[in-house]
Design a protein around this ligand. Structure first.
Ligand SMILES: [Zn+2]
Length: 577
């Protein structure tokens, strides 16, 4: 018997059990007797290591790897597993070593003393049997049932390898193979009665191979996974579900025909999310068309207003902006000149004047020599940049405001001038610094790209922020067609939100007379699948929950389901914690 230094670390309960072993040493009695004698101590209200009734801890050894706990059974009788007759005739004992749940982070091994009994039933072919411990350990098993269940839970929450590591942390010794086998051995629970089924696909490997997920929309549980998304596979599955009342599925496609074949009695519901998505796509097309037209119109207006400045060379003084610019630069130069003259009168040297005013010494010298303010001669020829100015302007207008990038583009086109020249000319020639082109672009960009615009169209107007409402108002003013589309889209969304599918036909009629081709093609799609769409707009069921389960499935898939492939994935999803 090995006793460590227990200190104050052990819980009182275990301490008492160990104290009892000291007690046995002290009284020179076998420990089993002490426990039997102090039965009430072992089966106290919160035993450290709960055991089935009649099983007692005989001895606790602290070993290098954990705890070795000897357990004995004290039931006076045991029932023959064959004839169920109780017997009290003990033939012999043997020991079984079982892994059990860890205790305070320590691994636990149970050394279980098992008794063999004679079966006294004369008609029973079994003469000798070993006592059984149902619900505690299975015959022949090497671990207790509760320990096995913990390993299964670890396996379901992690993956094979990670599970082994986690188990080791928690004081359980197991292998990847054991974890995988335990998951695969989980029984398939019956799907039960399914009235409302949600069906969708999921991808095994980034869109190359697909499976099918089936969800009971009432119990919110995944009821099965299928290895493909063929109509026939799903139909076969549905044929076994005789109670199916409704099937929620995406728009048309394989699952529609699967439901038609496998569950013809069930109402098919087109999923609302997919409906909205398709409507959004139709709207995208319509808005993109109108936004492009508007953008073109605005760009043209900007170009028209800018071209005179851009095309003017410095010799043609026609642009008021350029004139103002030239005037400002002359004023600045004149101020410098007057400063130079004043400082000269104070007796400063040319170098000192240059430093004071912040201009070159040679400029000071030439100005002093000139005797009067030297007006700039208009340049005879444009700069090297002039022939690229229009290109530069277009690129700027396209939203490319990176000077270095623009410079590289010009060089590629044969521009020989300097980067500074490009930069200075851009800054100078973009009137009012760089503000005007930005403003004119900003005007276009308040009209959101079509995707964002259709998002505004689909949402409840009362949920939009103030600036979104303003953008929406601008969009609706683009064209009467856009406004009409907005009204139709909102009607559809309202129908979907309030489950008033009975208005579908009236809505389709309106679209038919609207002359909006994008919405008409959306309506044509609905006509092909009208009953399911009407049901989708009326029934409470939809595929949102299924999408949620697909997300969870992706998470499980990412943890890796190894070589066992689909069967393991299926087990893990069906038994997901
Ligand atoms: Zn028997």
């Amino acid at each position: 018997m090995a006793h460590g230094h227990f200190g104050g670390l052990l819980p009182a309960c275990l301490k008492r059990q160990i104290d009892l072993s000291w007690y046995s040493l002290f009284h020179k009695k076998p420990l089993g007797e002490c426990f039997v004698a102090k039965n009430e101590v072992v089966m106290e209200k919160t035993p450290l290591l709960p055991l089935p009734e009649g099983m007692l801890i005989d001895q606790i050894q602290i070993t290098a790897t954990g705890l070795m706990i000897s357990v004995i059974s004290t039931h006076p009788t045991s029932c023959c597993p064959l004839c169920s007759e109780p017997s009290s005739s003990i033939k012999s004992h043997y020991r079984r070593t079982l892994r059990d749940v860890p205790c305070g982070g320590r691994r636990v091994l149970l050394s279980l003393t098992v008794r063999k009994f004679y079966c006294r039933n004369a008609y029973c072919p079994r003469k000798v049997f070993a006592e059984r411990f149902p619900a505690f350990v299975d015959p022949w098993a090497r671990m207790t049932i509760r320990h096995g269940e913990q390993i299964t839970s670890i396996g379901l929450a992690t993956c094979g390898k990670g599970g082994t590591r986690l188990a080791a942390r928690l004081g359980m010794q197991t292998t990847r193979q054991t974890i995988l086998r335990r998951i695969m051995d989980l029984p398939d629970s019956s799907a039960g009665v399914i009235l409302f089924l949600g069906i969708d696909d999921f991808s095994f490997r980034r869109g190359s191979r697909f499976g099918t997920i089936l969800v009971n929309l009432e119990s919110r549980r995944v009821v099965d996974l299928l290895p493909d998304r063929e109509a026939e596979t799903s139909a076969t599955w549905m044929r076994q579900q005789l109670d199916l009342m409704a099937v929620s599925r995406d728009r048309g496609g394989a699952y529609a025909s699967a439901a038609a074949q496998g569950a013809p009695q069930a109402t098919q519901c087109a999923d609302r999310f997919h409906l909205m998505k398709n409507l959004g796509e139709a709207l995208d097309g319509l808005l993109a068309h109108h936004l492009a037209a508007e953008c073109k119109r605005q760009t043209q207006a900007t170009v028209d207003s800018q071209v005179p400045v851009w095309q003017s060379t410095r010799a043609t003084h026609t642009s008021p902006t350029l004139l103002r610019l030239q005037h400002n630069r002359r004023e600045e130069r004149l101020a410098h000149y007057e400063q130079v003259i004043a400082l000269r009168k104070l007796g400063l040297s040319q170098a000192a004047i240059a430093r004071q005013v912040g201009i070159g010494a040679s400029t000071v010298q030439s100005w002093l020599a000139a005797g009067a303010f030297p007006e700039r001669k208009p340049r005879e020829q444009g700069s090297r940049l002039d022939r690229y100015l229009l290109y530069l302007f277009q690129r700027w207008e396209d939203g490319n405001h990176n000077m270095a990038c623009l410079f590289r583009e010009l060089v590629e086109q044969g521009y020989k001038g300097s980067y500074e020249s490009v930069r200075d000319n851009l800054v100078r020639l973009l009137p009012e610094g760089r503000k005007i082109p930005r403003d004119s672009l900003a005007k276009t960009s308040t009209l959101a790209p079509s995707r964002q615009a259709s998002f505004l169209f689909l949402r409840r107007p009362e949920k939009l922020r103030t600036e979104e409402q303003e953008t929406l108002a601008k969009l609706r003013q683009l064209h009467p067609e856009v406004n009409l589309a907005y009204n139709l889209v909102q009607q559809f969304a309202q129908m979907l939100r309030t489950r008033t599918g009975e208005h579908l036909d009236a809505w389709l009629d309106q679209v038919a007379s609207s002359k909006l081709p994008e919405l008409q093609s959306f309506a044509a799609g609905i006509e092909k699948d009208k009953d399911a769409v009407r049901a989708g707009l009326t029934w409470w069921i939809n595929n949102g929950m299924v999408e949620g389960h697909v997300t969870k499935l992706k998470l499980i898939k990412r943890q890796g389901y190894g070589r066992a492939g689909f069967p393991l994935l299926r087990k893990r999803v069906l038994h997901a914690l």
